[in-house]
Design a protein around this ligand. Structure first.
Ligand code: M6R
Length: 369
């Protein structure tokens, strides 16, 4: 049942290209436009949405953080992403024109469920992004967009995360498409690029041996830091979460721009720091700033593990270890940059003798608050 793999997690990592393709299937029509009739919120209501609030926990929260960048860019609708467990215990401002997006692999996470109930009580519309047909969260929502990752057994979420990202991009691009923004041409181009992205995920999976080797060499360390910026920031958080839950190591993700506001004090000789580098194309200013960050931490002794696009030569002098990822549109980069971090955490956990599929103290679905 593990399809020849030692762990479900490895099987699920390997299934990601197909999971991504399946989540896109039937949702892009012949003319390259999105068809999301299954989202039963009528277009005229979606056109009136003036605020999007995303609620989720754990890994699903990280996909929601990335969604914020995509939604605000392509739709110009203000969007906030909030931990479900925080959202329901404050006094959020919601009304009929707020679209709440609840993201959950299992569809049973109590914190997320309570947040969506709270949102509906205030009159907001709730769209669920969920991987489990007929589970409680989609049943209690106004609409649902299913991710087609297939069953995810390992406690650490991998393929569900990538398909949540795809679903979030679909929602962002669809809202952009029906509302018509100045990014119309870009939206059409990105829909086409998204339809081809599973090949890029496959490509990364084919180059993971050096990542495994590196992970094994770090098994004796206590701490690993992760840095990212823009959509690479939630990816850094996700890399750190995977390492905490699987390897039981102290792992922290930071926004690279925050380094000088505190975290740089943690850098000491030999400390492994994984850095997710933005594309040198597009928002190239950010790329250059992150390269400076790598330079700064390396000068203070960090052992740098750099995840950068193919052809990005600027990082080479400062990378103790260089992990290449395919060139993708800026906002879609998390679909490829997350994969090495999953492999890294899985291999490190194995090297430390941990049970990868059933990490201590954790459950696959958290049905209590
Ligand atoms: O089923 P959900 O997506 O609602 O679960 C949310 C989190 O509990 C989940 O993502 C958790 O953080 C994973 N173990 C992360 O790998």
């Amino acid at each position: 049942e593990k399809g020849g793999h030692d762990y479900f997690m490895l099987k699920e990592i390997a299934e990601q290209p197909r999971a991504v393709a399946d989540t896109l299937l039937g949702r892009i029509d012949g003319s390259g436009s999105l068809r999301l009739d299954e989202v039963r919120i009528p277009p005229h209501e979606l056109r009136e949405v003036d605020k999007v609030v995303i609620v989720a926990c754990g890994t699903a929260f990280h996909s929601g953080m990335i969604a914020k960048y995509a939604i605000e860019h392509w739709t110009r609708i203000p969007c906030e992403t909030e931990l479900a467990s925080e959202f329901r215990y404050r006094d959020p401002i919601l009304d009929q024109r707020t679209l709440v997006v609840a993201i959950s692999q299992s569809g049973e996470t109590m914190d997320t469920l309570m947040a969506l109930r709270h949102a509906r009580e205030q009159g907001a519309k709730v769209l669920a992004i969920c991987n489990t047909n007929g589970s409680t969260i989609p049943r209690e929502s106004d609409a649902v967009l299913y991710t087609h990752a297939g069953p995810e057994v390992a406690v650490a979420s991998t393929k569900a995360f990538l398909t949540q990202l795809v679903a979030c991009y679909l929602v962002a691009l669809y809202l952009g498409q029906i509302r018509g923004t100045k990014w119309g041409d870009e939206i059409r181009t990105v829909i086409r690029q998204l339809s081809e992205i599973s090949g890029a995920v496959e490509q990364v999976l084919g180059t993971m041996e050096p990542v495994r080797e590196l992970a094994r060499s770090l098994a004796g360390h206590d701490t690993v830091l992760f840095l990212g910026r823009h959509v690479g920031y939630p990816v850094a958080l996700e890399g750190a979460l995977k390492l905490k839950e699987l390897a039981y190591m102290h792992a922290e993700g930071f926004a690279a721009g925050e380094l000088k506001h505190g975290p740089i004090a943690l850098i000491e000789d030999g400390l492994p720091v994984v850095v997710v580098v933005p594309s040198p194309r597009g928002r190239s200013l950010l790329h250059d700033k992150v390269v400076s960050n790598i330079q700064e931490i390396r000068a203070r002794g960090a052992r740098t593990v750099v995840i950068a696009e193919e052809g990005d030569e600027a990082v080479v002098p400062y990378a103790d270890h260089l992990i290449r990822i395919p060139i993708t549109p800026t906002l879609l980069q998390p679909l490829v940059s997350t994969v090495p971090l999953q492999v890294f955490a899985c291999e490190l956990a194995t090297a430390r003798g941990n049970d990868v599929d059933q990490p201590r103290n954790l459950a696959k679905s958290v049905t209590v608050e």
